[in-house]
Write a protein that binds this ligand. Structure first.
Ligand code: SAH
Length: 397
């Protein structure tokens, strides 16, 4: 049976023809295909105003992004076999890129699977659905993942608040097999234990893989401060590459406990400092502490576009606090995972911070999300991570 149509207004198809996958609710010809006729998650055929087929996908009448395209093949609407195909494509990229099975296996729109994220922790997969349409396909997703990867277990981390905008419940659940409480991740030959059900996001931030790798040539013999450290990924990599000391700062006691545990797993030691980052940085400054390398890897300060002004200011203040703690000729690694904060604006915030504390900044490297988080060229939202490596000098006297 053909899927019910969702017909767009005149010319509203242009963005989709260039490759975008989203339909906004004001682009639908609601006289011909009222959105109210659909229930969140219904499968539809998206058609141009003139009737031409654009793609099949799913709809959510209650969401600003009211439909997403899954497949542009008119003869093959998305089903389990289609999911298997998509997953095989996603897996082929990752196995090419990574010698070990630790990576983001599926990155939503960028892998042609809007609303689905899957992270791979060896034998265990942690998956997250953010749209009603994908939620409908839940059983097929589990079956397809089981078929393609033959994992020991699959877990749903469906506890992100954006699900509420789609009218979906929040839950964490074992979807398949057995899922241990903790898993091991290997990155640059170091081992990290992470909490799967109780950790941040799915347990580990795979997106910083390449940027943490860039640390190697900067840290030997240096004193490092890892702010927003979570389970100590940056600090422990720095120590493994010869840093002489590293301090992890985070507001989460359980994250810091894992950081200490992970340091021991790798035969090194980290110091830990539980604090709100802004307060903690001020306290270290007041105590006259100095570091050679300061890493700032905060959660997104600009979650929505309207938070841009406040968020930009928070990045500036944070970078200023971080720079104050840098010894002469130090290295600031300043990250932002806010899509809504363009790279140039983060750089401007860093430069403004440098002027405020009378320091000179030199941008050495700019990093982005690792290739297991591919960018969809037509969907700017899929490019989000920035990591600037900045040399910070005191003015010569
Ligand atoms: N750097 C980490 C990822 C950081 S995720 C890595 O590479 O794996 C963001 C971290 O910031 C979380 O661990 C969270 O507990 C912490 N956090 C959030 N708000 C904070 C605040 N105001 N002060 C200190 N830590 C905070």
């Amino acid at each position: 049976m053909p899927l019910p149509p969702l017909i767009l207004k005149k010319n509203a198809h242009r963005r989709l023809r260039t490759g975008h996958l989203w339909v906004f609710s004001n682009e639908v010809d609601i006289a011909r295909t009222p959105l109210t006729a659909f229930v969140p998650g219904d499968a539809v055929e998206i058609r141009e105003h003139g009737g031409r087929f654009l793609g099949s996908g799913y709809v959510n009448p209650n969401s600003l992004i009211c439909a997403r395209i899954l497949s542009r093949d008119e003869r093959h609407p998305p089903d389990r076999a289609w999911l298997v195909q998509r997953l095989n494509l996603a897996l082929a990229l990752r196995t090419r890129l990574y010698p070990q099975p630790f990576y983001r296996l599926v990155f939503g729109e960028s892998d042609g699977l809007p609303g689905l994220v899957v992270d791979r922790y060896g034998e265990v997969l942690v998956a997250q659905i953010t749209t009603a349409g994908m939620e409908r396909m839940k059983d097929d997703i589990v079956a397809a993942l089981a078929e393609v990867l033959k994992p020991a277990g699959i877990m749903w981390r469906n506890d992100v608040s954006i699900r509420e905008l789609e009218g979906l419940p929040l839950y964490v659940d074992t979807a398949y097999g057995t899922v241990p409480e903790r898993a091991i991740v290997e990155e640059h030959e170091r081992k990290f234990e992470v909490a799967l059900a109780g950790g941040q996001k799915t347990g580990w931030f795979f997106d910083q893989h390449d940027n943490r790798g860039r640390l190697a040539r900067y840290v030997s013999g240096r004193r490092v401060l890892d702010v927003f450290s979570y389970v100590g990924a940056w600090a422990i990599q720095a120590l493994a590459w010869g840093a002489h000391e590293a301090l992890c700062m985070d507001s989460s006691a359980s994250a810091l406990a894992l950081a200490e545990h992970n340091a021991a797993l790798n035969g090194v030691r980290v110091g830990v400092h539980k604090a709100d980052a802004f307060d903690g940085l001020r306290a270290l400054h007041a105590a006259g502490e100095k570091f050679d390398v300061v890493i700032l890897d905060p959660p997104a300060f600009v979650k929505r576009k309207k938070d841009l002004a406040a968020g930009r200011d928070a990045y500036r203040r944070l970078n200023q606090l971080g720079m104050q703690l840098l010894a002469h000729d130090g290295l600031l690694i300043s990250c932002s995972c806010s899509h809504h904060l363009p790279a140039d604006e983060l750089l401007a915030a860093i430069q403004s911070a440098a002027r405020h504390v009378n320091r000179e900044a030199q941008l050495l490297e700019r990093g982005a999300q690792a290739a297991d988080h591919p960018v969809h060229p037509a969907i700017p939202e899929t490019a989000y991570l920035k990591a600037f490596f900045v040399r910070v000098l005191s003015e010569p006297r």
